[in-house]
Design a protein around this ligand. Sequence first.
Ligand code: GLN
Length: 289
Amino acid sequence: MATSPNLSRREDLALREAASGRTRTQLLANDLQLSPTEQALYERLLSRLARGEPLSYLLGFKEFYGRRFWVNSDCLIPRPETETLVDLGLQWALELKGFSDPLGCEDGKEGDAPIRLLDLGTGSGCLAISLGLELQARGFSTQCFGTDLSEGALRLARNNAAWLGADVQFLQGSWMNALSEVDKSEGFDLIVSNPPYVGSEDWEFASGSLSWEPRTALVGHEPSKDGMNDLREIARQTIKRLRPNGLLAVEHGYRQQEFVVDCFQQAGFFRITPMNDLAGHPRYVLGRL
Ligand code: GLN
């Protein structure tokens, strides 16, 4: 069966699965043959892909931390590098609270107060849901919140939580302002965010999937040349709401680390740790009181 020349085998199989509703095993067993109707749909998907539409929007999902998240043009497509924020959150929990006991055989986490987790600008919900589920799988009890300004994104996040069996409260509003006074005053142990951080000029010249993704998820509501507005605001808002030993972990652009460290300092964080991604690029900053 001929495949399109500009397509990787993985992409081709994914589009054929989407066009036929069959699994890749079934498709491979049948030499990737499609019926005429399926072939027509496959070709329509191919032409949308050729126009630059991201594969994840065509398929309607993207894998993140081993789970399938439903996505559409209301949310940023989860990126593999954002998975590191999940790892960093888990590391923090295990270091702080000691080893977990998933089988519940020892004095586990049962009696411990739940970890209050907050994901700011949650989009598809991938960070809040993955962290909530992974912490629970390690024996921690959690109370999870995700906030976003976008109603469409929150709809997706709620669907993803329901489909993945995660208990997360998703609330609409700007950063911490989405939370009730009670929730704010209780504070949070772990706050994560992959906020808009693309500078306005970088976005103007963006190619690839960026031009299909929600502009506000990339540059924010008040775009700035350096893309730092939201990171600064998040540092400023969260410092007041972090519990003792709590952690704020953010993702940022690869040229922004010194500015992020600086705004964490300005906000009043003491223990500030810049981190690299798996490719060695400076992409995250951790802040503690
Ligand atoms: N990581 C995205 C990119 O590919 C940006 C996401 C964001 O602004 N949070 O540039």
